[in-house]
Design a protein around this ligand. Sequence first.
Ligand code: MD3
Ligand code: FE
Length: 206
Amino acid sequence: MQLTGNFPKGFKYLPGYFSHEEQRELVETLRYLVKESPLFTPVMPRTGKPFSVRMTNLGELGWVSDRNGYRYQSEHPETGQAWPTIPEVLNDLWSRVGECEAVPETCLVNYYASTAKMGLHQDRDEKTFEAPVVSVSLGDTAVFRLGGVKRGGPTQSLKLNSGDVVVLGREARLCYHGIDRILGGSSSLLKDGGRLNLTLRRVSAF
Ligand code: MD3
Ligand code: FE
């Protein structure tokens, strides 16, 4: 069932929030940070099945998944180094759109090659759901799917284009969501194609 246009409370869609020039600067910054803190391939708890999405993190904490489970930790799982700090442009975004008094503690960086996808899931590894998740899309367009707070309910699909920002607060914070597919070649922002998604989050209560 498709419910396009009827978004949950707390779901804010800000299409084209970043200009093309701002997107290029952000990608330049990320290119440098990803050299310090390389993308890794997470695997599913227990089965060890690799994700199709590659990831890294910025900030005090970073989300990782391995055979032992999902968790937040303060070091990169492969280099053992602290995650790089969140760049100012992303902290500024959070303070402008997040409607949250506390600063973000982490920025998860997801990289989707054109064949990558992410199954429908809830984000519930954080200790607080009071704070929103703020998402930035860069590069190829993604077909995003948004459901409700219960698995198996109606869902709707929405294209997320390069430069778009989505804020998931309040009732939307625990909605099921995923990425059905990437529209390969839809953007020339990233040299090698694909899509970067940044999600700013709060992990601890404030
Ligand atoms: C709706 N990322 O990292 S971002 C994730 O495009 C994740 O990489 C997707 O799902 C991506 O966990 C979607 C938009 C998003 C992020 C968090 C949400 C939508 C959300 C949390 C609740 C509801
Ligand atoms: Fe998610």
